[in-house]
Design a protein around this ligand. Structure first.
Ligand code: NAP
Length: 300
């Protein structure tokens, strides 16, 4: 293996420390404690785990955490009423509605009901538009985390060829906007892309956000390229015992690491950066709401 391992766990810890430092300064200089409200509808086990861990880390960096756990049968009107209250609550600086929502609730309507200034997931149509036009916005957490790691590793990304595999609204598309903003030459590939291996082979930076275990083999990677593996896929691991599973990314780690210049592992790569960036977005939102200086390096 020749690649540098980009350690997302360690990087995320540094981001959280920076957030905690800024939270302490906000309290001292302005008497403000940033607050993050997380809304969970229903009992999806994975979502419950995410929400618990978000709440714990929010408190650890010194911010207030407000959790709203709602029954799966809540009406859209009642959910919108809660969001409206959170929008006007001055102790709440960030609002996150955990997705997916039960099928009777319209995700677009719910997300677009959040005040864009408090939309710490960066999914509101106004933030999507601001990012797309290169203006100050709330930036979706996972691509923001990828960008922080890429900036840290490369310094300048200007002129690099970047290939993003996946065009979802939460990862692929905002990642493309961020890398355009860094003056990369950006290609967004997807399930209809012709000759994907050849497209990926020209990339200096590959961001894989597909959701297919180990789909990208090492012989698609240009020697020395940087590989950011966003995928989180659980697969059977009979070698660990009957019924056991393990997490893998969208890239085949060993073969990619043999040719790449740098690569994020799964787990321990992009994953930990996502929650760290949620906290970063909350402190950024709080600073903007109160006219306070924004921390350096926690957003674009
Ligand atoms: P998604 O909405 O399902 O989008 C997947 C994208 O991959 C689509 O654009 C799809 O193309 C493309 N795709 C599917 N099969 C392909 C193929 N054979 N060749 C090329 N492209 C293909 O997924 P997502 O929400 O972006 O998530 C992607 C992965 O990232 C998942 O494993 C997810 O768990 C993970 N994730 C991780 C984090 C984190 O915190 N680390 C956060 C979010 C997501 P079409 O558009 O043509 O269908």
């Amino acid at each position: 293996m020749s690649a540098t391992i980009l350690d997302g766990k360690a990087f995320a810890a540094k981001v959280r420390a920076k957030v905690a430092d800024h939270v302490a300064r906000l309290k001292e200089a302005h008497g403000i404690t940033p607050g993050l409200a997380v809304v969970l509808v229903g009992e999806d086990p994975a979502s419950q785990v995410y929400v618990k861990s978000k709440g714990k880390m929010t408190v650890e960096v010194g911010m207030n955490s407000y959790e709203h756990r709602l029954g799966a049968d809540i009406s859209e009107g009642d959910l919108l009423a809660l969001i409206s209250n959170l929008n006007t609550d001055s102790s709440v600086h960030g609002i996150l509605v955990q997705l997916p929502l039960p099928s009777h609730l319209n995700e677009g309507i719910v997300i677009n009901a959040i005040d864009p200034a408090k939309d710490v997931d960066g999914f509101h149509i106004s933030n999507v538009g601001l990012l797309g036009t290169g203006q100050k916005s709330m930036v979706p957490c996972t691509p923001l985390g990828c960008l922080m790691m890429l900036r840290d590793h490369h310094g300048s990304l200007s002129g690099l060829d970047a290939v993003i595999i996946g065009r979802s609204n939460i990862v692929g598309k905002p990642m493309a906007q961020l890398l355009l903003g860094e003056s990369c030459t950006v290609t967004v590939a997807h399930s209809r892309t012709k000759d994907l291996p050849q497209v990926v082979r020209r990339a200096d930076v590959v961001v894989a956000a597909v959701g297919r275990p180990e789909m990208v083999p090492g012989d698609w990677i240009k020697a020395g390229a940087t590989v950011i593996d966003v995928g989180i896929n659980r697969i059977d691991a009979p070698e660990k015992g009957e019924g056991k599973t393990r997490l893998v990314g969208d890239c085949h780690f060993d073969s990619c690491a043999a040719v790449a210049g740098a690569i994020t592992p799964v787990p321990g790569g992009v994953g930990p950066m996502t929650i760290a960036c949620l906290l970063a977005n909350t402190v950024t939102a709080c600073c903007r709401a109160n006219g306070a200086d924004e921390p350096e390096g926690l957003t674009v």
